[in-house]
Design a protein. Structure first.
Length: 310
């Protein structure tokens, strides 16, 4: 139920900003679940037969058949919505299939880019995080998804690397899009940004529609070379990996639940989350970071904790 709870958090953040906007929200699941009472008006539950679309990331390769509208924005469950979505739809309009990102023509990304280029004849691939896909109901989109599913059947033969033991939708969609001549929409950090690219929290407040995260310059300990050194303000922050365990995400999820499910006023939900989650979470992180050198001298490095997402 881990991802179900995330989906409910995302749905609440969407409704907070987009209720009565004319944009419908659908949760797709093959689990036997019911919507919480606060999501009954504004959210639809699309039930699938258990395992119908395959395990792991394979269901993302069937968005062309799942998409409930002429224009659909797929968002991973471990995201939040920080404002109105009409602008995002407007930016994608006219693209049969799209993502936000850049391009890659060398090196490695779920496989050897040189080998993929030699096999397909493309000059480069879209490079992106698969937490967000845009698609329109048209033949061009269907052909891209059909091609991605076709390549998935040859995933290991192509020498592609698996993610958590499963074929990765990103590289499959990238190849299919490249073969169709479709590029990613340039990523300016305003649509979706993942925390493994921008690991420094600056501000996060779903009630105010504020999310500012950054990739600080080296030698800052949070610097990552896989993203530009900049601060971004994404409409859909993507809490990949263990970031849904971070106190900032848990505080926002609690605020949304208290306000929308329990009917608390925003100020009270914010204050309670501050006392119950934010303050203890910040204090624990501060103490941990301050005492880590001493802990390692005394006890060594701790074993890596198994991911709840595997």
């Amino acid at each position: 139920m881990l991802y179900v709870d995330m989906a409910f958090n995302l749905a609440r953040s969407f409704l907070f900003w987009n209720r009565n906007s004319g944009v419908s929200f659908h949760i797709v699941s093959d689990l036997d679940i019911d919507l919480p009472s606060d999501l009954g008006d504004g959210v639809s539950l699309m039930r699938l037969a258990r395992g119908k679309l395959g395990p792991g990331f394979t269901p993302k390769l069937h968005l062309d058949s799942l998409a409930p509208a002429d224009r659909t924005l797929f968002i991973d469950a471990d995201c939040l919505c920080m404002g109105p979505v009409h602008e995002t739809f407007g930016r994608f309009a006219g693209r049969p299939v799209s993502v936000v990102g850049g391009s890659i023509s060398s090196g490695a990304w779920w496989g050897s880019i040189a080998d993929i280029r030699a096999r397909t004849g493309v000059a480069s691939l879209p490079f992106f995080n698969g937490g967000l896909y845009y698609l329109e109901r048209c033949d061009a989109a269907r052909k891209v998804y059909m091609r991605a599913r076709e390549i998935e059947q040859q995933y290991d033969a192509w020498g592609l690397l698996r993610l958590r033991g499963h074929p990765n939708d990103e590289i499959l969609m990238a190849i299919a899009m490249a073969e169709a001549g479709i590029e990613a929409m340039p990523d300016d950090g305003s649509v979706m940004a993942a925390f493994n690219y921008y690991p420094q929290f600056v501000e996060l407040d779903v009630f105010r529609g504020r999310c500012r995260i950054a990739n600080p310059a080296a030698p800052h300990p949070l610097h990552t070379p896989i993203a530009p050194v900049r601060a971004v303000e994404p409409r859909f922050p993507h809490f990949v990996n263990t970031y849904t365990d971070h106190w900032r995400y848990r505080a926002e999820a609690l605020k949304l639940r208290l306000h929308m499910l329990s009917g608390w006023p925003r100020w009270l939900a914010h204050a309670f989350a501050l006392c119950a989650v934010s303050a203890p979470g910040w204090s624990l992180v501060f103490a941990r970071d301050s005492l880590r050198p001493l802990y390692r001298r005394l006890f060594g490095v701790r074993a890596v904790t198994a991911s709840k997402r595997v």
